[in-house]
Design a protein around this ligand. Structure first.
Ligand code: GDP
Ligand code: ZN
Length: 292
């Protein structure tokens, strides 16, 4: 049977097999076969040792599509980045840092602004304008008033998504909401996580349905840029791309160079000031960074 590793604790792996349920497995012989250390998110072949006790053996790890770090998880399709419109206020610099981190790992990003029940349409519009050309799909949601949830659910359907964002933005509330239906439909509470208790969490793939999983990551309030050259930074600002061919210098970094088409677009309001400001801040930061 083919299953998905949802959690690994002390040599035991919890493998979910659609229509059969969760099996507690050990990895027998896998290491010798293709030298893959099983990861949360891996698709694996399971043989059942005891159906009543739900015990099994993992005999093979299937090839991975990708593998993310911090938390380590395999076969991820999307990164869902959540920031609240208010309490806490979105830190736009942090948004860019987080986007860069996941784009570097080649993950398409869903950028989600939460708690939209707490702010006016105008305030939402401001953020919409800043990020509308950033290359990521945007969502404005309220878990409290069920706004935008079905749209988001549809985007996640059939995929494995890693969820990240600062503490307090409503990640747990949203994940619980996405799971709610499952729990009601299947009566399977064992997969529902008690998120009220803030104990040390093992990274765990959360089951939404047989084809849909979510990986929660711990909240944070600051983030180092990944190791990169300052010249690489511009490639993460998707909205620059359309203007770059018109810059006088091919290697233009859109900072102090003359005849820079990106800065011209900025002055004309075709590139958002907030995005450009964060670009130049991060560029300076990379420039100062001591390289070994
Ligand atoms: P996490 O730290 O990102 O997991 O955030 P939580 O899910 O624990 O939520 C933090 C606080 O925001 C809690 O008091 C929630 O009740 C509140 N919250 C979450 N979603 C919403 C929302 O859509 N609207 C409003 N007004 N509050 C929300
Ligand atoms: Zn330029």
């Amino acid at each position: 049977m083919r299953g998905r590793i949802t959690k690994g604790i002390a040599g035991f792996y919890y493998v979910y097999v659609p229509h059969h349920g969760m099996y507690e497995c050990k990895a027998k012989g896998i290491f010798r076969k293709n030298h893959l250390k099983p990861l949360v998110g891996d698709l694996v072949e399971v043989t059942v040792l005891d159906e009543t006790l739900k015990l099994g053996n993992m005999i093979e790890v299937y090839e991975r599509k990708n593998q993310l770090l911090r938390p380590t998880v395999a076969n991820v399709d999307y990164a869902l980045l959540i920031f609240s419109l208010v309490s806490p206020q979105p830190n736009l610099n942090l948004i860019d840092r987080l986007m860069i981190r996941y784009e570097m790992q080649k993950l398409p990003i869903l950028l989600c602004f939460s708690k939209c029940d707490l702010v006016s349409e105008e305030e939402q519009k401001i953020l919409k304008n800043i990020y509308q050309n950033c290359g990521s799909q945007l969502f404005f949601i309220s878990a409290k008033e069920s706004i935008g949830i079905e749209e988001l659910r549809a985007a996640l359907d059939g995929y494995t998504t890693t969820v990240a964002g600062p503490s307090g933005v409503g990640k747990s509330t949203l994940i619980n909401l996405l799971q709610e239906q499952v729990v009601m439909e299947t009566g399977n509470i064992s997969q529902k996580i008690d998120r009220g208790k803030h104990t040390t969490r093992h990274s765990e793939l959360i089951y939404v349905d047989d084809r849909t999983y979510i990986m929660d990551t711990p909240g944070f309030s600051s983030l180092e840029l990944p190791d990169m050259e300052k010249e690489e930074l511009k490639q993460y600002y998707y909205e620059f791309e359309a203007f770059e061919p018109e810059c006088r210098f091919r290697e233009c970094q859109h900072m102090q160079e003359p005849d820079c088409a990106v800065k011209a677009a900025l002055l004309e309001g075709k590139i958002s000031k907030e995005r450009y400001d964060n670009y130049s801040q991060l560029y300076e930061e990379l420039k100062k960074r001591r390289r070994y």
